[in-house]
Design a protein around this ligand. Structure first.
Ligand code: SF4
Length: 747
């Protein structure tokens, strides 16, 4: 079945004409990214060569996807927009709130009960505003989108940072905060700074133990967690055709780990077969008709360095499997050097749990290759040293894998099959451990491995690898095991080697299942009620408009040291339950951030009571006393997820300014949308001047204009003071959001 066929037919019928019109105006060859972006300009009359990394552009994406944890806040905002229905096809996916504990069936039953109020709310709002609703257990947002909605040449936004997964089918798919999703769902223009372009040229072909995941694990090591900021990664070259559509999706998915706005691949045969295998032959046919415009122009391919801002070359034939981590996805180590790194860095060598699945790596091909390794346990009389957890990406994948014996192969080596949901990937894992204080290592096929993300335990060293490598390490139970080189002792005392994984790209007998748990748009128009006593949901009150004054003598709430992701600002795990209740979730604000003055988390100087207190407790006290505060931070502040709670919580608790060395793209936009001031140091060493008990003034707001500078004055406790200039990236429209109190207020 093809969803939203009318929209797709309209899109493909006009696509080539739009590209010709754009080419006539630009008068130059185009990359694939440019074709798709320009074909989605909000106002078609405004075609011109937009300055990459400089100019803001308004777009009209084709669709929106929201996962349950972020959909709550997105829909609470949408309800205030006064629309009767969404302007573009939109879907909600219940995947984040299911805790992995005993196994799929029990866990879904528990989640349905525990989250009943939230699921009812999401279901009723979806029905009320014509949004498609995927119930708990139906699958993880990005897998379901890839199987049902992604289409070559399209553009979508999703309230999740791994929305770029759909780039595996040649779609520009961008992770955003809920307020951005509301723009698109209300039919308004959606704004993005024209991204820079990073071209990644793939040559050769993968073989043996090397998986598509290793392409992005290697690239993460090259680009680091912020090397893709404000850039789109476009893959090209002969190597692209050797990767399955789902393998491409894995690579695009993890482009989020280098901060890329999105990633995408050119349309090819592998996308065609995937579209057909997932019941979308009509889409495949329409895409094939415009195939020439679903890839970069020939002139671009001949001289890529002229058209991309940076070129990176990766030879797939020379690629090794990688294991990345711990604590950051860009710590990339090829398997040939990993054992050495484990010993040199004193990582806990025993591997305690292997986890396979997530939206990143749960395709038929992934599970098929991992089971080819799992089956060798019986064939070679081996024992499995570590527990294994598997989260299939969707009911379609699970049902098909079950029919084809893969689920039995995993269970045969003792695996627990969890729900088709995020589970441990978002900290929803009731991990049973003998001693949480003990340093321990786990390996996952997920995408993120920040401290505490998977099990909330700072002593867990999480490493990221392909599903087949995760499987091999699980069997060995030893991080120093290299399946390409090492042998394992079997029950007969023989040394045996694991054979290279093999797998099928797509099921020979087709997919089965997959529509279970889906409620189509157009259901009953029930009134939406939110209980004022609810601890999970709270209707939103607009943030106050700017009072027209400068910001004198704000209290320093926290000066953050080192990495500060959205997980540090608004933790997931147990806090996911409050994602629809701004007041309650604000209790977790910045609790994972390290205070630069005492090296501790969630312990900051509270000037009102002259002692150390939690960050949110201090901010709440300041708010009740009418005191405004400021947060100071280092590089890439807010990297990671798209969750706008990380911007709304400080706004709610009267923090007025975040002053950082640099910001992650989505988070900076989220701050702007919520009426916060996101400022950056001009001279990064000014960070060192800020003292713990400073009062900090920010002036220049009355003359705030694009490109203007503001002044920060530090009033030290000893009576001295000093000042320096800071900068911002607000354009006229965004300054309007600040003045109005938020983007929603400015509508
Ligand atoms: S990255 Fe993890 S938490 Fe996010 S959508 Fe994928 S599986 Fe879910």
């Amino acid at each position: 079945m093809v969803y939203d066929l009318t929209m797709l037919k309209t899109f493909y019928a006009s696509y080539v004409g739009k590209i010709e019109h754009i080419r006539n105006i630009l008068q130059r060859p185009m990359t694939l990214t440019e074709k798709i972006l320009y074909a989605h300009l909000y106002d078609e009359r405004k075609v011109k060569d937009y300055g990459r990394g400089e100019e803001y552009v308004n777009f009209r994406p084709d669709r929106v996807a929201m996962q349950d944890a972020t959909a709550q806040m997105a829909l609470l905002q949408f309800m205030n927009a006064g629309r009767e229905q969404v302007a573009v096809p939109s879907t909600v996916h219940c995947d984040h709130l299911i805790q992995a504990n005993k196994g799929a069936e029990e866990d879904i039953a528990t989640a349905t009960k525990t989250n009943e109020e939230v699921y009812d709310f999401l279901c009723n709002v979806s029905s009320r505003y014509d949004i498609g609703f995927w119930q708990p257990g139906a699958g993880i947002i990005h897998q379901v989108v890839l199987e049902n909605y992604a289409f070559p040449g399209g553009m979508m936004v999703g309230t999740d940072s791994h929305t770029p997964n759909a780039g595996g089918l040649g779609m520009v798919a961008i992770g955003v905060g809920g307020a951005d999703a509301v723009d698109v769902m209300t039919g308004m223009e959606w704004e993005l700074k024209m991204p820079r372009l990073i071209g990644v040229r793939l040559t050769g072909t993968l073989s043996g133990w090397v998986a598509p995941k290793d392409v992005i694990l290697k690239l993460a090591g090259i680009l680091t967690v912020k090397g893709g900021t404000n850039a789109i990664i476009e893959y090209f070259g002969p190597g692209t055709a050797s990767l399955s559509a789902t393998g491409k999706a894995t690579i695009c998915n993890m482009g989020a780990e280098v901060g890329a706005t999105t990633s995408l691949f050119p349309y090819d045969e592998r996308m065609d077969v995937y579209l057909k295998a997932t019941g979308r032959a009509e889409v495949a046919a329409m895409a094939a008709d415009v195939a020439a415009e679903l890839r970069a122009d020939e002139e671009v391919m001949a001289n890529p360095e002229k058209y991309y801002d940076r070129i990176i070359e990766i030879d797939l034939s020379a690629l090794e499997p990688y294991v990345n981590g711990p604590f950051t996805p860009d710590a990339a180590t090829p398997i040939s050097k990993f054992a050495e790194a484990v010993v040199a860095n004193n990582y806990p060598r025993k591997m305690e749990v292997g986890l396979i699945g997530s939206c990143t790596n749960s395709s038929y091909q992934d599970l098929s290759r991992a089971t080819s390794v799992a089956r060798q346990v019986k064939e070679k009389n081996l024992k499995v040293a570590s527990p294994l957890i598997v989260n299939p990406g969707s009911e379609q994948i699970r049902a098909t894998a079950d029919r084809d014996g893969m689920i039995a192969a995993f269970e045969g080596i003792g695996a627990t099959i969890m729900a088709n949901a995020c589970g441990p990937c978002i900290g929803q894992w009731k991990r049973h451990t003998d001693d949480p204080e003990r340093k321990n290592s786990i390996v996952t096929s997920f995408n993120r491995n920040f401290a505490k993300r998977v099990d909330g335990n700072p002593n867990t060293f999480a490493f990221v690898a392909s599903p087949e490598m995760t499987m091999a390490l699980t069997i060995a139970g030893d991080l120093c095991f290299n399946p390409l080189r090492d042998t394992l002792a079997n029950a007969d005392g023989e040394q045996v080697k694991l054979s290279e994984p093999v797998g099928e790209e797509l099921p020979r007998n087709g997919f089965i299942g997959g529509r279970e748990g889906y409620l189509a748009p157009g259901g009953a128009k029930t009134e939406i009620a939110v209980d004022a006593r609810s601890e999970r949901l709270q209707l939103l009150a607009p943030f106050p408009a700017w009072d027209g004054e400068e910001l004198p003598e704000m209290s320093l709430l926290i000066k953050v040291k080192g990495k500060c992701t959205t997980d540090h600002i608004s933790m997931a795990g147990p806090w996911l339950r409050f994602r629809g209740h701004l007041e309650n979730i604000s209790d977790n604000m910045l609790m994972g951030a390290v205070n630069a003055f005492n090296g501790e988390t969630n312990s900051v100087w509270n000037r009102s009571i002259h002692t150390y207190e939690t960050v949110s407790g201090t901010a709440k006290m300041y708010k009740s006393e009418g005191i405004r505060s400021i947060v100071v931070a280092e590089e890439n502040y807010g990297e990671g997820s798209s969750r706008e709670h990380a911007a709304m919580e400080p706004r709610f608790l009267n923090v007025r300014v975040i002053l950082a060395k640099s910001f992650a793209r989505i988070h900076e936009t989220n701050l702007k949308k919520q009426g916060m001031l996101a400022l950056t140091f001009i001279d990064k060493s000014d960070y060192d001047r800020i003292r713990e008990r400073d009062l900090i003034s920010v002036t220049g707001l009355k003359k705030l204009a694009p490109g203007s500078r503001l002044t920060v004055a530090l009033h030290h406790e000893d009576g001295s003071s000093e000042s320096f200039e800071v900068q911002h990236t607000y354009n006229e429209q965004q300054i309007g959001w600040f003045r109005a109190g938020s983007a929603l207020n400015a509508r």
